[in-house]
Design a protein around this ligand. Structure first.
Ligand code: HEM
Length: 239
């Protein structure tokens, strides 16, 4: 007889809940420090879980842009990008929660992190590559622009026509929504760091906040430049 599926077994909760192991637990640290380190671990682990979903959704969108020439998949692509944007907001909310990390507890367990650092997050690096930055477009934008071109349009024309351009324009809106959420997450991270680290350097060996400020930029530069077109030649007559 096979075991009946339960909430516990379906979600593999025994495994999941065995993965939070604060280093402070085996030391002389007080309960408050152990709980704060657990909070720190959970915030990072759950961020990595959401990053997994975001990357899968964005990669599915890139795949659809690359392998289809018509717009039959386009509604699904909008759904994928909007979900990814919503989940980037969830990442930002996790940082907001970390505002409640007591500074004295963090100072207590931080040494135990050694050189472990968010800079080593492979999933973040993958997402950063997919989304791109102000200087370089990533595969997400490149595959979108190529998909629009194969339909006989240009991104510039779609941006100019606005909602009249239909699904192509809705995808531009979804991309900008995702790009802005991604940027807000980076800015939120910098704000958190200045609060809990001040000008201390990072465990990864960087200068910390200053280093991250230099890396933070808004993706989809062309789309932003094209937004100005809407302001050309359009105005409400005033008396
Ligand atoms: C108290 C909380 C946090 C502190 C103090 C902190 C601190 C830092 C610092 C100083 C860096 C720069 C690299 C270094 O020298 O270590 C960094 C990078 C990074 N952190 Fe955090 N972080 C925190 C929370 C988070 C959370 C919750 C995530 C979610 C996954 C995260 C993800 C990252 C990523 C992805 C980078 C690399 C960013 C880039 O390369 O542009 N961090 N963090």
């Amino acid at each position: 007889m096979t075991d009946e599926l339960t909430y516990q077994s379906y979600l593999e909760l025994d495994t999941l809940l065995s993965l939070q192991n604060p280093r402070a637990a085996g030391s002389t640290a007080v309960k408050s420090t152990v709980l704060s380190e657990q909070f720190f671990i959970i915030a990072h682990q759950s961020s990595e879980l959401w990053l997994r979903q975001i990357i899968d959704d964005v990669e599915a969108a890139v795949d659809a842009f690359t392998t289809t020439d018509d717009t039959s998949n386009a509604e699904w692509i909008v759904d994928l990008l909007q979900r990814a944007a919503e989940l980037v907001n969830v990442l930002n909310a996790q940082l907001t929660a970390l505002d409640r990390l007591p500074l004295c507890d963090f100072a207590m367990f931080r040494k135990a992190l050694g050189t472990a650092s968010g800079a080593q997050s492979e999933q973040f690096q993958r997402l950063a590559h997919l989304v791109g930055n102000a200087e370089h477009d990533g595969p997400l934008y490149e595959s979108f622009a190529a998909w629009v071109a194969r339909s006989g349009n240009t991104v510039s024309d779609v941006a100019r026509r606005g909602i009249e351009a239909g699904i192509h324009y809705r995808i531009i809106e979804a991309l900008l929504h995702l790009g802005n959420g991604y940027w807000r997450w980076q800015v939120g991270h910098i704000g958190l760091i200045t609060k809990v680290l001040g000008n201390q350097s990072g465990t990864g060996g960087t200068s910390g906040a200053d280093y991250l400020i230099g890396r933070c930029s808004l993706p989809f530069a062309e789309l932003r430049a094209l937004r100005s077109q809407a302001h050309l030649g359009l105005s409400v007559a005033t008396s």
